[in-house]
Design a protein around this ligand. Sequence first.
Ligand SMILES: [Zn+2]
Length: 109
Amino acid sequence: MPKIKIPSSISIGAHSFRIRYHSSDSLKDDGLDGVINHRTQVIEINSSRSPSQQMEAFIHETLHGINATYAKSDLSEHQIGHIAEGLAQVFKELGIELDWGCFAEKAKK
Ligand SMILES: [Zn+2]
């Protein structure tokens, strides 16, 4: 199974987004799988979700960043949801998994 190592930050356009992988209250209280904050340039993924949900959430939040940077936010929430689910399915069928190893310490909290 090919595993993609998720780094501590990714670039979208000229912008660097820090990635946070955790299950703390900020995500739990809202029942979120993930969230992107365009102002603070942070993408958060809920580490308590299943691997397939984390994959979908990572693609989903990244698409929000791409949408805002390259498409003037033309894509709706629903469109982003459909594309992210479709891409997550393709990645799964290709046997691609995400490796959150560099966040291991934080995920245990
Ligand atoms: Zn969304």
